[in-house]
Design a protein around this ligand. Structure first.
Ligand code: SF4
Length: 224
């Protein structure tokens, strides 16, 4: 019934697809090949996204003079990655919003990336949440994996999250994500096999709600 797939796009994994793949291998496959089957986000989810965007914009406003790569490239592309690489290859300090960093077939966009005068990097991932769940930890982990391999000289790797209604807390997660590098590599190896195979037959269960409600539930319910 299910057709075997092959894949050769510009990249295979983003932070989002990696985190969703950990939640359920079937999400990974459906995101890649049947994304039109998703149920659109409800009003509550859309409001949460909007709050997150506003929070991130407020944090970014604390970096005047930064280069916003998203204003130059509306869509991710090899040219976007190349332009980021050229910018970071220039002499001197620079702060970049949405730098496109790629290693192997994994592409990440960093919220804020600061290249220092000594060639080291400070990276900041902004999350509106006031709690750090497993999805955020894996989001940080795969982003660090890509940045460390592509840029090498990471000085700090920071999570910026919410405290109270509006304040920012900045925590350096470098030691935490450094320990996770082998696990990230192992997951990616497994995920590549998932994408090259048949649609996984995964029964619905607790993973459909945690850490986030899966937007393929309507599709999976019809298969029962
Ligand atoms: S609804 Fe559940 S089983 Fe189906 S793809 Fe989502 S998490 Fe996986």
């Amino acid at each position: 019934m299910f057709k075997k797939r092959s894949y050769t796009p510009f990249y295979n994994f983003s932070k989002t697809s990696f985190v969703r793949g950990i939640q359920c291998r079937k999400i990974l496959f459906l995101d890649k090949y049947k994304s039109s089957l998703k149920t659109p986000p409800d009003a509550e989810t859309r409001a949460r996204f909007a709050s997150g965007i506003e929070f991130e914009a407020r944090y970014k406003s604390t970096f005047p003079g930064a280069v916003n790569m998203k204003e130059r490239f509306k869509y991710t592309s090899p040219e976007y990655v190349e332009a980021t690489s050229q910018l970071l290859g220039n002499e001197g300090e620079v702060t970049v919003f949405e730098a496109a960093i790629m290693f192997k077939d994994v592409l990440v966009l960093t919220d804020v990336l600061r290249k220092n005068a000594d060639g080291t990097y400070d990276i900041f991932e902004v999350k509106h949440s006031d709690k750090v769940n497993t999805a955020i930890e894996w989001d940080l982990s795969v982003q660090y994996y890509v940045c460390k391999n592509a840029l090498r000289n990471i000085r700090t790797f920071n999570l910026v999250n919410r405290v109270g209604e509006a304040d920012f807390a900045v925590t350096d997660y470098k030691a935490f994500v450094e320990e996770r590098l082998p696990e990230v590599e192992a997951y990616l190896t497994e995920f590549r096999q998932v994408l090259q195979g048949f649609e996984p037959e995964v029964p619905m269960g607790p993973q459909c709600e945690e850490p986030y409600k899966c937007d393929f539930q309507d599709y999976c319910k019809k298969l029962r």
